[in-house]
Every structure is written in C-alpha cells, then in structure tokens.
Design a protein around this ligand. Structure first.
Ligand code: BGC
Length: 929
C-alpha cells in the first residue's frame, strides 16, 4: 500500500491561490511512485469548506466519489457553486493498475476571488486634481495615499485585494505588502484590470493601524514602446491619465465577526513624496529628502494632505491575476567596478539582466547619484557604456528609453534604495555623482520578471552549449514582464507576437508557462481587431483596427500559442475559449485571399525577420537569406488552418475539423503548385523570370509545415543542406526559420549538420556571440562584429529570444524530450536523444505537468549508456541509438526482456521501445565504435 503518492496539488496551475475567479476551477496533481509501469486507474477528490471538515474526510463542497480515470490534470471542479470568499480545502487519493490505493494527499487549498462587480465595496480613489490635459502627459510625482483604522479585537485572518490604474505599492504599519513588483501588471485596461490578493494577517495589530499606497504611471499612463508610431499622438497616457487605487481588506476576528476596510473618500493623498518621476522606460527620480518617515504607520500627521477624490470615471472590469506575479528572482553582485573617467564608475554585473540596481550608500544631503543602464560597452575599448541602441530621442523629442535613475540623498546615515516603478535591461550601469570610490557592498542588481516555476534543466559536455542554454534562459527571464516582450531595454518591450510564436516551445521547456500563457492568450483575444486580424503585439495600446495588426507569423501566434498550451499542458479549456478567435483569424486571411496564396493584406509584412539578407557581413553571398514574403505568408496560412482543424477535432467539432482540414490541404496544394518547381526547387519567379528564395529558409519552412509531397521531402532536405554549404556552412535564416532549419536537419537525416551549425564559432553563429561576450541571445546574428562594431543602433538589442528558439532543438535532440500532441500534457512522451557533434554526455530534466521526465546519456568505452525516467501515470516511446536491437540491454538484461519494456522495431539506427513509468538504464553496446 501507498507506494504511490499524489503530490504537487494545484488549482488553475497555481499552488494554494488566494483568488480564483473561474467559477469551475481545474485541479491537478502529480503521481509519485518509484515502481515501473504505474498508471492511475481512478481518483477521488474531496473539497471541503474548512480544514476540519477535510480532516474528517468530509467533502462538504464536493466529493467526486471514485472516478475511473487516468486523468491527473485539468479535472474540473463539479461541486457546490462557489461564491466570492469561499475557501476550498482539498485532497485527492488514487488507485493504480498495480492494485495500489494511495493515502490521501497532503491538503491543498484555493479561495474564490471576487466574481462580480457586486462583490466589491471599495471605491476607486486618487488625487483630487484632474489629470492634465494637452497633447502630452508630463512626467509627474507619484501620489501617496494613506488611511488609519483601529482594530479593537484580535485578528484571525486578513486578506487584502488591491488594484490600480497605474502601478501600486502597498504598505501596512511600515511594512511592504507582498513581494510583487509592478502590480497590477499589464492588460488592455479598457477591457480588464487585474487585482492581486494578499494574506496580510501578520502585518496587522490590535489597536491603531495604517495603510499606505504609492502609485505610478506604469503601462496605464506611462510611455510605452514605439508610442511614436501614432502620428501626432501622445507618448504617454495611452489608457488613461488619472491614476487610481482600489483596496479592499476583509478582516476576520477571532470571535468570528468581520470588518471590511476599503478605499473611499476618507483616505488622504499627497504628491509631495519622494518619487518625483517614474517611467517604465525612462527610469525613476527619487528625492529622499522628501521622504515622510512614519507616513505608513499610525499616528502620522497628514493634515497637510488632501482628501482623496473618488474617481467616477473608473468603470473597470476587474479580474484576479491568473498567473505568477513579477518578483525578484536573483540578486547579482558586481564582477567589476571600473573608473574609465574620473568620477565615472562603470559597474559590470557579468550578466545582461532585466531589473534594477539597489544602492547602499552614504551621501551628503541634496547630492544626487545618477545611474545610467546599458547592455554593452563602447566598441572603442574606452570602457564607457554604449547606449545608442536605446534610441533616446531618435524618433522625436522624448522618445526612446532613458533607463536612467536618480537618487538624491537625505544625508546623515547609510541609505538604501531601489526604484520601485521601472525596470531596465542592462549588464552595465554607469554611476556618477559620487564623491569618491565607494567601498563595501554598495550596489547590487536585482533581476525580476514574471516568475513561473523553472521547468527544465540542461547540461552537457560542451561549455559552449551550456553557456548557450544559460543565455537562452536568461533572455527568457529578461523578457517576462507581465507579457512576453521582445526586449527589455529600448523603447519597445512589447508583447511582439512573432517573437513568442517561435519561442513558445522552448519557453515551455524552460519554465512552466501554463498560467502565464493563460493570461497572455486573453490579452491576445482582447486586442484582436474587429475583422479577425490578430495584433502584431498584445496588449496593443495603439488600436489594432488602425495599425500594427494582421501580419503573417505575428498574427499566427494567436493560433500557435494556444495549441502549444494544449500540447504541453493538455489544456482543452484554452482551446474552448480560443477557438472562435483562432478561426476568425484564418477566415480573415481566407476572405482576402480566395485563391489560397496569401498575396493580399499582409500589412506590415515583416517576413522571416532579420534573415541573412539583413546581415552587414563581408564575404557572404547575397540573396541567400530571405524566403519571399508571399511564400512565408502562405506557409503560415496553411499552418494556422491546419491547427484550427486540429483544435476543432479536439473539441469534438467535427464539421469544422473537416472544413479547416480541407482548407489546409487546399492551401498546401496551392503552395506546391505555385512555389515548388518541377525539379523540386522552391522559390518565386520574379517578373524577369528569376527564381527568388531558393534559400535555407524556404526548404526549412516547407519541411517544417509538412507542405511537400512525401517523395519531395528528401530532395528538399538535400537542397537545404546545399544552401548551408553555399553560405559557407553557416546559418542564413531569420527569426522564424532558424529553429525549423535545425529541427528539419535532424528529422531528415542530417543531424550532424545541425550539430555543426550549433557548434560553429565563426559568424554568423550562436558560438560567435558567446565568444564575443554574449550572456543573452542577440536580436541580430551580427549585432556586433569584431573590427566592424555594432549594427544599426536603431535596432540592435542584445536581449531578444527569437533565435534562442534553438533551445527547443537542444531539448528535443540532445536530451531527447519531445511532447506528443496525440497524447498531450505528457500523458505520453517521445524520448529520442540523438548524440552527435562530439558531445560525450548530456543530461536534462523536465518537470512536466505529469511529473518529472529525465534523460541522461554518456558515451563510455564505445558504448552508449542511457538512463531515462518516465513519470508515474505516463508512458514513453524511447529511441535508443543502436546498431542493432541485440546490442541493447536494460539493467544488464537483453532490453526486450526487461520489466516494463517492450521492443517495437528498429527505426533509422535506433531500437524503439515502449515504456511505462519508472527509471531505466539502457546500454547500447558498440554504439560509438
Ligand atoms: C521588435 C521585434 C519585432 C519586430 C517586428 C522589432 O522592432 O523588436 O522583435 O518582432 O519589431 O518586426
């Protein structure tokens, strides 16, 4: 009994969440068992309104009874209706195919958030002065708000829900509430504003208490990426100009009575506080002389403060934040502090990160320290920082991202400060205004970002590839700020969809993206244009009906990301929510392109962005990069149509599955007819009859989307390899086709060519960037070239994840972990490590929604030793590289006789086995001789 334990209980992908506003939340757990071949055959869930009831095995909200099922994920709560404030305590037990019954799991909980406007009593409040009119909204001091109240009885529990139009930071009795940064984060505020819920029991006391809040512009009223594109429009204030605060705290006393503290006209407000300016892009200006000690504690005299105004314009749709908040994930110390000019200190943190610096310094009252952040140093060796790529004033006065913080000392003591309402993309920070070289731990960097649990770990015998994976993971972290951003430094930081389209799978390998994508797919739907066009970035603050929407690949992200969620997490509900939206996008393209080639309405038409034709490199042949935009677009049209058909099939909508399946097949045929020449070459004839686009990208695209008839695949793969040779053995692909190239080389028998590309150290390659100091993935393959210097400062970020999509190939091919879309959510996993490229060992682990999957191999004495772990309640197909099936053993026995192992057949130099759960040790004798 009890060799099996249900663990990791979660509700809506979160551990013990305090506010769930989905009326029927979904529950999941992970089965733990050391045995082989364990499958869950049934489960029972109990949900109770109190821990006491749960303890007595009373499911007074829901007793599922014993349900025959192997599902451990996406189980929909089906008990009594849940209302706001309802706590739900739950546990689960399971039965297995081995005749085991588990004990009840450890209990977990969730609590229902506010489900309707009527659940709120609080009022939106803010400064009494109306927001400034005029074209542009000036940067301004942050309002501070406060309220005192008395609690005359011992408190049992207090929960506080809060939101802002703008950003908020809350304090109770002198202490910060929660560790969340930049709350309530970014949404289309016109459609929804998130609130957060905190357990503040420990912050309250009997007697007098005080609540304090500071607000800032943030995404709501601040400057946003590329706001200059709206001609004659403002740089700031895209969603609104007047900042607002909403707080509602439910206090439950030991004696069972309750009290609610809310924002209302009894609060006081001032704009005389220390935060003089705060902008996400430009930075924060803080004058410590204006601090008001005690303002967030009871007994402070706020007689000079004004009465807060109730904002009646705030008709806001509030939703509970569905994903993990933005938090500090790592603190970094300087690796060097240099003084390239007298009084100019350049601090190197050794890592390009997104976040802020924290100072601990003494200074004379009234003197100001300025921090200017940069990703790289000047190419001239002067040791000064390079900031041209921040585009400061490059698109008109006030445009760009200043990334500059200023701190003015209060004086007379050691002062500690970090900005609260901004973030920067940087490795280096230039500090000026100091009176001498500081000593001790005077500066640190805090990396922060939306912080879901880490899911994947990767390591191998190559230092270069280990650094590459670290660069990919850092770039991912640096670009998770409520939305997946393109970059964290210049004035963009937008949820560019084309970037996440290609990074979605590696993102899922790196982190548990389920809750984050739940939020972002809603952002995508919120900003879909009326005619079905998806935005180029989501959220879209500049009206997707007017501009920046409807682009091939960027728009297709609206179809691809929900599908990735289904494949990786088995999330059927996201498909239900998203299906109509995805279909509208495909219908939009179809409506304007009835002949099935996507020639019309490609809008900004970025194509395979930053491909070889954009490189500024000597000695490489021209015209070897781009796949013609029409070919690129048509391929994505086909891909989206086929995914919509698959979504329909999952949802049981068979008529639509057939309809979009037929459409996809018709587009595929039109593609072949128009772009595949009789000899198998792919391209587009220009008016002079020349063939354009016979490039690596064209073949990678056609192969990756299965657009070619079977008999043409081998020829296309061969041409793809020839195109690599023609490009001196290097990559000429752009954002979207790079990962396709890598995957298709491996899939079509050219694994060694893929390894050669990933091991390249000459430009263009990942290795070149690493050997030139990259600690994150560059936007451009040639962002910096020795002797030439930096690329066009108008667009040259050193922290863009798109070509880091090769992380997907590293997990799929080196470690060999592949999700199976036929059995999503890792109910079944395809394990296919394919050693090569001179690697002698590799190991990786992926924390799937079904439990940990591990794969580890090494080559020893000419034999391949391979250890894999399949989680309980999952199965795997394993490909063991082998000369012949006879050469493979497991645990010292012929593999086909081992427990839980079934030999299937030999495929392309691998012995294929079906495995149940458990850990297996295979040896492939003579594999590497
Ligand atoms: C962004 C990209 C984005 C692109 C659209 C750029 O400025 O940084 O990553 O996808 O614009 O082409």
């Amino acid at each position: 009994m009890a060799d099996v334990v249900p663990t990791r209980l979660r509700c809506e992908y979160l551990t013990n969440p305090l506010a769930i506003d989905t009326p029927q939340p979904r529950l999941s757990w992970v089965l733990q068992s050391g045995d082989r071949g364990v499958r869950q055959t049934a489960y029972q869930i109990l949900v109770a309104a109190s821990p006491e009831a749960l303890n007595k095995d009373r499911g007074d909200l829901w007793d599922s009874g014993k349900v025959a099922s192997d599902e451990s994920n996406q189980i929909v709560y089906a008990g009594k209706p849940l209302r706001f404030g309802q706590p739900a305590w739950w546990k689960v037990r399971v039965w297995t195919n081995k005749g085991q019954a588990s004990d009840w799991s450890e209990p977990a909980s969730w609590r229902m958030g506010k489900l309707a406007p009527a659940d709120w009593n609080a009022k939106w409040i803010g400064s009494p002065e109306p927001a400034p009119g005029g074209k542009d909204l000036p940067q301004r001091p942050s309002p501070m708000l406060r309220k005192e109240f008395t609690l005359d009885k011992p408190v049992k529990r207090a929960l506080m829900s809060a939101s802002a139009l703008g950003l908020y930071e809350l304090r109770i009795n002198g202490k910060r509430v929660g560790d969340q940064l930049l709350a309530p984060e970014w949404t289309n505020y016109k459609k929804r504003v998130q609130y957060q819920t905190y357990d503040v029991t420990g912050l309250l006391r009997s007697g007098a208490n005080a609540l304090g809040a500071t607000l800032a512009d943030g995404w709501y009223a601040g400057k946003l990426g590329i706001s200059f594109i709206v001609k004659d429009g403002p740089l700031r204030g895209h969603y609104g100009r007047r900042l607002g605060l909403l707080v509602e705290m439910q206090v439950k006393f030991e004696d069972g009575t309750t009290r609610t503290i809310i924002t209302d006209e009894s609060w006081k407000v001032t704009t005389e506080g220390p935060v003089r300016r705060a902008c996400l892009l430009d930075g924060e200006v803080y004058d410590a002389r204006r601090e008001m000690p005690g303002w967030d504690e009871p007994g402070f005299s706020d007689s000079a403060w004004a009465a807060a105004a109730v904002l009646d314009e705030a008709k806001v749709h509030l939703v509970a934040q569905p994903n993990e908040p933005i938090r500090v994930s790592q603190v970094l110390k300087p690796v060097a502090v240099n003084e390239p000019k007298p009084g100019v200190y350049v601090v190197d943190f050794g890592q390009n990160l997104a976040g802020r610096c924290r100072l601990r310094l003494r200074g004379e009252a009234g003197t100001t320290v300025t921090l200017r952040h940069a990703e790289v140093l000047q190419a001239d060796g002067s040791g000064m920082i390079y900031r041209d790529n921040l585009r400061i004033n490059a698109n008109g006065p006030g445009t760009g991202a200043l990334q500059e913080d200023q701190y003015t000392f209060r004086g007379g003591m050691e002062e500690t400060w970090a900005p609260a309402f901004t973030y920067h993309g940087f490795r280096y920070v230039e500090v000026t205004g100091l009176t001498g070289r500081p000593s001790g731990e005077w500066i640190q960097a805090e990396a922060f970002h939306s912080a879901p649990p880490i899911a994947g770990r990767f390591e191998c015998s190559s230092d270069l590839l280990n650094r590459l994976m670290q660069n990919i993971v850092w770039t991912h972290r640096d670009n998770m700020h409520s939305v997946p951003t393109d970059c964290p430094q210049r004035d963009e930081r937008l949820g560019w969809m084309g970037d996440m389209l290609v990074f979605a799978q590696p993102a899922c390998f790196n982190m548990d993206m389920a809750a984050f994508f739940t939020k972002w797919t809603q952002d995508i739907r919120d900003d879909q244009a009326d005619d079905g066009r998806y935005p180029d970035f989501a959220p879209h603050p500049y009206d997707p009906n007017a501009r920046f929407s409807g682009v091939p690949a960027w728009g297709d992200c609206g179809v691809v990301v929900p599908w990735r969620m289904y494949v990786n997490y088995g999330d059927r509900r996201v498909l239900e929510k998203h299906f109509d939206s995805a279909r509208r996008w495909v219908d939009y393209i179809h409506r304007h392109n009835p002949d099935l080639l996507w020639k019309n309405r490609r809008h900004n038409d970025y194509g395979d962005w930053l491909n070889g034709d954009t490189f500024k490199l000597e000695g490489f042949p021209k015209g070897q990069g781009e796949v013609p935009k029409e070919i690129f677009a048509t391929a994505f049209f086909q891909h989206s149509a086929s995914l919509v058909s698959k979504m329909a099939a999952v949802l049981g909508r068979s008529a639509e599955a057939r309809q979009y399946g037929e459409l996809a097949e018709a587009i595929r045929q039109a593609f072949v007819k128009a772009y595949v020449m009789p000899d198998g070459t792919i391209g587009l004839k220009d008016p002079q009859g020349r063939l354009l686009g016979h490039t690596q990208s064209a073949y990678a695209l056609a192969l990756a989307f299965d657009l070619l008839p079977d008999q043409q695949r081998a020829g296309a793969a061969q041409r793809m390899v020839e195109r690599i040779d023609a490009y001196k053995g290097h990559i000429s692909t752009g954002f979207h086709t790079t990962i396709m190239l890598m995957n298709e080389l491996t899939r079509n028998g050219y694994n060694e060519v893929a390894y050669k590309l990933i091991n390249n150290r000459t430009i263009p390659s990942w290795g070149y960037t690493i050997e030139h100091g990259a600690t994150t993935i560059w936007e451009r393959w040639d962002g910096y070239v020795e002797g030439r210097g930096y690329q066009d400062p108008g667009m040259n970020s050193f922290c863009h994840y798109a070509i880091g999509s090769v992380g997907e190939w590293m997990y799929r091919t080196i470690i060999g972990i592949n999700p199976d879309e036929q059995q999503p959510g890792y109910r079944h996993v395809i394990l296919r490590p394919q050693p090569g490229g001179g690697l002698t060992w590799a190991r990786g682990k992926y924390e799937s929604i079904r439990g940990p999957i591990a794969s580890e191999w090494k080559i020893q004495d000419g034999n391949l030793l391979l250890t894999v772990t399949v989680p309980a309640n999952a199965t795997a197909t394993l490909y063991v590289p082998a000369a012949e099936a006879k050469a493979v053993t497991e645990g010292g026995k012929p593999a086909d006789q081992a427990e839980g192992v079934t030999f299937v057949k030999m495929v392309d130099g691998a012995a294929v086995y079906e495995l149940g759960s458990g850990t297996y040790r295979f040896e492939s004798r003579g594999y590497a001789r």
